[in-house]
Ligand binder design. Structure first.
Ligand SMILES: Nc1ncnc2c1ncn2[C@@H]1O[C@H](COP(=O)(O)OP(=O)(O)OP(=O)(O)O)[C@@H](O)[C@H]1O
Length: 225
């Protein structure tokens, strides 16, 4: 029997009401992402990438269509079940890193573990391993403001991996970084996704980053190209 894909998106449509009339952010988009692979999501600004990632990750509800992640129909879940899915199965990485400024790198990475009630000793071990994995073992005590943009994104990736997610969703993870740091983050994402046997969908504007993905999902004006 062949394995089901990690992500199946079918006829996904998202229309926003706005004062100027309906905005068709997604128009009947269908695609799938096989397990253990990395998909690059590309398209111009406003083409619907963020909307698509938010619908896949259960942060937004589509107007119609279905999303299945790891054989669970996300679009059939209520808010509570979607929250549980996000917490237990998914990891998000955003352009703006989303770290808590008053916490050290280690505390930021350990936060999802604390929220899940992992005991302090096990937490310290896992945080140490994750910071080593992203090359920041020596910066554990530093706060986000004391780290470069690329280092902050490494902390955010380590935090995203804390709960061993099945699917990593990254929205322009290199958008605020210079080309060199961006390439470093993309290489890191690729190696951790491979090492952990995860699947990833990563939106990017950068053609050189697309080349590192296994396949490309291209959007133009809300539709698949
Ligand atoms: N809450 C909203 N209300 C109304 N329109 C919205 C809303 N969110 C997004 N849109 C519109 O939907 C379309 C798709 O937006 P989206 O943010 O998904 O694009 P994007 O490809 O991620 O763009 P960028 O690369 O600039 O982040 C755009 O026309 C945008 O203006």
């Amino acid at each position: 029997m062949t394995e089901s894909p990690m992500v199946v998106v079918r006829d996904l449509t998202r229309t926003y009401d706005s004062p100027g009339g309906d905005v068709h952010a997604l128009r009947a988009v269908s695609f799938s992402v096989p397990r253990g692979t990395i998909a690059a999501l590309v398209g111009r600004s406003g083409s619907g990438k963020t909307t698509l990632l938010n619908c896949v990750g259960g942060l937004d509800e589509p107007t119609s269509g279905t999303v299945v992640v790891d054989d669970i129909e996300v679009t059939a879940l209520d808010e509570r079940a979607r929250t549980a899915l996000r917490r237990d199965q998914l990891a998000f990485v955003f352009q703006t890193f989303g770290l808590l400024p008053m916490l050290s790198a280690a505390e930021n990475v350990g936060l999802p573990l604390r929220l899940r009630g992992v005991a302090p000793k096990a937490r310290t071990e896992r945080v140490g391993h994750l910071l080593d994995l992203v090359g920041l073992g020596a910066q554990a005590a530093q706060r986000p403001g004391e780290l470069s943009g690329g280092q902050q994104q490494r902390v955010a990736i380590a935090r995203a991996l804390a709960n061993s997610p099945r699917l990593l969703i990254a929205d322009e993870p290199t958008g605020q970084l210079d080309a060199e740091s961006g390439a470093g983050i993309m290489a890191l994402l690729r190696s951790v996704v491979r090492a952990e046997g995860m699947t990833a969908i990563i939106s990017t504007h950068d053609p050189s980053l697309q080349a590192m993905a296994d396949h490309t999902v291209r959007l133009a004006d809300g539709a698949l190209v």
